[in-house]
Ligand binder design. Structure first.
Ligand code: NAI
Ligand code: 15L
Length: 265
């Protein structure tokens, strides 16, 4: 199935650049948004630079859109003010615009940092209570709960993808468990966009990693079956100097996010 117009926010970011190419087959037109840095538009593309904190701009951006892949926002721990603008006001602006514009499907890039304070020895499914590890994780939790409300009240469907670590390869031992390859990311986005009747779904975004922490049985209706795993990178990662067993990187699912942040003094 090909939809008419798919909006990708955060399209100039790391995953945005990947999905700008890889989601092109799923829509006649891609509308691409970010603060800046979108380059020039290909024939199938429309560029819509804007700040997610700008409600009027976001309302304009959602006009004529069939579905949204929402990657835009602060993607690591930061001070509260930018997180408030991009990830909290921004996600509210997006859902209000979707409601007013009649957009019925959003894929929300949530994060493993909504559950980052669980230990790496714990196995979680989609119903585990949130234990965010940062203001960033809290803001993603806000997006998940806001999207739950917009489904219950207005029928706007959302797939919240709690992305693990989606990079070209896992960078450290923790990412051996959290790695999501770009191919598996693309397939997960395809499932989230094309599966009928997703309602409000929470799914973990990870490849088929040997030492996995997350159970996606409650999102089985998406039909997401990862094909990759972190195994091909094991030797390279394990050649790194070992971390101490009490290093947060080795203890918590969220790794260093449990200790970093704007909480000094
Ligand atoms: P990124 O930081 O490279 O991209 C995010 C984009 O959002 C940036 O291009 C940035 O300019 C844009 N942005 C920031 N504030 C904005 C604002 N106020 N208005 C409009 N745009 C704004 O992050 P990445 O890695 O591409 O991640 C994409 C999404 O996936 C993010 O929401 C991130 O939180 C989430 N995610 C990514 C993971 C990963 O492993 N790459 C893991 C978990 C979640
Ligand atoms: C995230 O949520 C971040 O956006 C990304 O930069 C990584 O830090 C990732 O989580 C991770 O946990 O590895």
């Amino acid at each position: 199935t090909i939809m008419n117009r798919l909006l990708i926010t955060g399209a100039a970011g790391g995953l945005g650049k990947v999905l700008r190419e890889r989601l092109a087959p799923f829509a006649t037109t891609l509308r691409l948004s970010d603060l800046t840095g979108l380059g020039s538009a290909a024939p199938n593309e429309e560029l819509f630079p804007c700040d997610l904190g700008d409600a009027a701009a976001v309302h304009e951006m959602l006009g004529g859109v069939d579905a949204v892949v929402h990657l835009g926002g602060i993607s690591v721990e930061a001070a509260f003010a930018p997180i408030l603008n991009a990830n909290i006001t921004g996600v509210f602006n997006l859902y209000e615009a979707a409601r007013k514009r009649g957009v019925k499907r959003i894929v929300f890039a949530s994060s493993n940092h909504v559950i980052g304070f669980y230990k790496q020895t714990e196995k979680l499914d989609a119903e585990a209570p949130m234990r965010p590890d940062s203001l960033y994780g809290i803001s993603k939790g806000f997006g998940e709960i806001l999207s739950r409300f917009y489904f219950d009240r207005y029928g706007i469907e959302t797939v919240c993808v709690r992305i693990g670590s989606s990079f070209s390869e896992p960078a450290d031992r923790r990412m051996m468990s959290t790695f999501l390859s770009y191919d598996d990311l693309t397939e997960l986005m395809r499932c989230a966009l094309q599966t009928p009747n997703v309602g409000h779904t929470i799914v973990y975004g990870a490849s088929d990693n040997r030492d996995a922490w997350w159970d996606n049985s409650k999102a089985a209706h998406l039909g997401f079956h990862p094909k990759d795993s972190s195994e091909p990178f094991r030797a390279k990662v394990e050649a790194q100097p070992p971390a101490s067993p009490d290093d947060p990187m080795m203890v918590y699912q969220g790794g260093r996010f449990v200790t970093h942040g704007p909480f000094d003094q």
